[in-house]
Design a protein around this ligand. Sequence first.
Ligand SMILES: Nc1ncnc2c1ncn2[C@@H]1O[C@H](COP(=O)(O)OP(=O)(O)OP(=O)(O)O)[C@@H](O)[C@H]1O
Length: 293
Amino acid sequence: MNTMNPVIDQDAKVEKAPEPPAGNGINDADLEGRTVGRPFADAPKFSLRDVEVFYGETRAIKRISLDIARNEVIAFIGPSGCGKSTFLRCLNRMNDSIDICRVKGQLQLDGHDIYDPKRDVVELRARVGMVFQKPNPFPKSIYDNVAYGPRIHGLANRKSDLDDIVERSLRGAGLWNEVKDRLDTPGTGLSGGQQQRLCIARAIAVSPEVVLMDEPCSALDPIATARIEELIAELSESYTIIIVTHSMQQAARVSDRTAYFHLGHLVEVNETNKVFTTPQHPLTESYITGRFG
Ligand SMILES: Nc1ncnc2c1ncn2[C@@H]1O[C@H](COP(=O)(O)OP(=O)(O)OP(=O)(O)O)[C@@H](O)[C@H]1O
């Protein structure tokens, strides 16, 4: 975790928590466009306002507004199907590949519109890298997995520059010592945890500013998970990290702030320890105490 807490605007407009819904009913009107906690940050990396995402006619994200500060680690949690991955994928336009998906609202990275039609999406995804649930190394050598991005982005003119980037990235992903003697063997021959670290090395090889992680540990055993969590803490010194996780323990261990999603709404966002010890919204409290999810 980043030792420096992100600067959260203390005067930010914070909506009063809606009254608890009657019974278990979720009322869209109560939650639409609102949240509780501290959704806004000074000079944010991402400024996201009134974001809606539709799959065909179905609205999966319901007017969410949130800032994400520089170099913070923010965790997205919530029950299955609440929209965590959909919202995450808006941040580097991974949803573009889904034909029926439509994104509305203002989404800015460093003050520039992420969905500007003139924006170079390849460049955006180099700045906002992504690590997926299942490790997905290319069917290439360990070296070429990491060198692929720098090559297509023209980041190295000479072989020695490329070698440096590969070594630095593998070191950054905590994998160098395990693979330095077999860089020309297939990436797919590594263990699951090593493959996930290789994917992290691949993401950081193009010097991103943000790393999106969509349940990066769900396919890993506890030891490999612990290694990735340590890595998140190290990476947070240099990158903004946004992690979707089903594990509340993981969110508590790795993140500065936690955002709780429910049926397409952002219900609450706050410093992680506050969300887990003194949640402000009854839906958050129900989730973290295991009443549903
Ligand atoms: N490609 C798609 N086409 C149609 N609907 C989709 C698609 N992807 C997601 N959805 C729907 O959007 C909603 C949000 O899904 P999403 O995967 O973002 O949730 P999630 O919180 O990440 O879930 P999980 O924790 O189970 O991964 C769900 O109702 C889901 O069925």
